[in-house]
Design a protein around this ligand. Structure first.
Ligand SMILES: Nc1ncnc2c1ncn2[C@@H]1O[C@H](COP(=O)(O)OP(=O)(O)OP(=O)(O)O)[C@@H](O)[C@H]1O
Ligand SMILES: [Mg+2]
Length: 279
């Protein structure tokens, strides 16, 4: 099986100017994401994960580079086009929940459906379905400040999934959940996105969580230092997996020309070890 590319990122930079200091939050990253893929973006605090996710979702403009999503260059869109793009394609789970404090639980979850013009009864039914899945239906009438952090987080996940978007961007979606609830939520999200052929891009610094992904993109100081594929990820990307390593890891990933018949595995293993030694 070979998948269809849904996100193409090329040579992406984000440089923040803080006083006289220039912060290279993203320092030239290139990669592809395929339809239906579950991708984990991993790295330590401050490595540029949220910056990357915000740019992929069109929440922040890049300093340089291109982002193509479903064939459209989102780095070239104006604010009005971006709003429409997000509404129609993207669900975003924020690291800091971003719930509206003036709305109760079910109103928060149903909000994206309101923007799509879905009638009230229908959107409350759909919102209730996702709240039940996330085990927070009992919070329907509670205001965010009457909920625990973990409950707010699960409300935020339900809100991102309620429109069943093509792509879900999730920034530490389980950062405030206990380990048991984390695994429940992860498995649930994984099942839903597979059933609906959605693409999930999840930021995490939890290696156990990341190990469930089809592909792990590891970032250090705004640069990609390794790509690792799960079995299903290799299936989705087919032969492109090797090409993508070259693209994302740059010269370090260049392989010497293979003699015909020489097994490729050994050199690939050496290369991967080289990459992880640099971390
Ligand atoms: N608005 C901003 N202005 C200036 N610098 C910023 C801004 N946002 C992020 N940065 C800097 O960019 C770098 C990357 O930040 P980012 O939020 O992407 O990290 P992160 O990998 O998501 O970290 P964490 O795991 O702590 O959430 C950091 O050095 C951060 O201080
Ligand atoms: Mg972050």
């Amino acid at each position: 099986m070979k998948g269809k590319r849904i996100i193409e990122v090329r040579d992406l930079y984000k440089i923040y100017q803080v006083g006289s200091n220039r912060v290279h939050a993203l320092n030239g990253v290139s990669f592809d994401i395929y339809k239906g893929e579950f991708v984990a973006v991993v790295g330590t605090s401050g490595s540029g994960k949220s910056t990357l996710l915000n740019m992929l979702a069109g929440l922040e403009p890049p300093t340089k580079g291109t982002i193509q999503i479903a064939g459209k260059r989102i780095d070239r869109m104006n604010e009005r086009q971006l709003v429409a793009f997000r509404r129609n394609n993207v669900g975003f789970i924020f690291q800091s929940y971003n719930l509206l404090n003036t709305m109760n639980g079910i109103e928060n979850v149903a909000m994206p459906l309101m923007f799509r013009g879905v009638p009230k009864a229908k959107r409350e039914k759909q919102a209730a379905k996702y709240m039940k899945l996330m085990n927070v239906l009992d919070q329907a009438k509670h205001m965010p400040n009457q909920m625990s952090g973990g409950q707010q987080q699960r409300i935020g996940i339900a809100r991102a999934m309620v429109v069943e978007p093509k792509i879900i961007f999730a920034d530490e979606p389980t950062g405030n959940l206990d380990s048991h609830t984390t695994m429940d939520v992860l498995h649930l999200m994984q099942r839903l996105v597979r059933e609906q052929q959605q693409t999930l891009v999840m930021v995490t610094h939890d290696n156990t969580l990341a190990s469930y992904a089809d592909k792990q993109i590891r970032i250090v100081d705004g640069k990609i230092v390794s790509l690792e594929y799960g079995e299903r990820g290799l299936e989705i990307e087919g032969e492109d997996a090797e090409a993508e390593k070259q693209l994302s890891l740059g010269a370090g990933a260049q392989q010497p020309q293979q003699e015909e018949g020489e097994p490729e595995t050994a050199s690939r293993e050496r290369k991967e070890q080289g990459v992880s030694e640099n971390e």
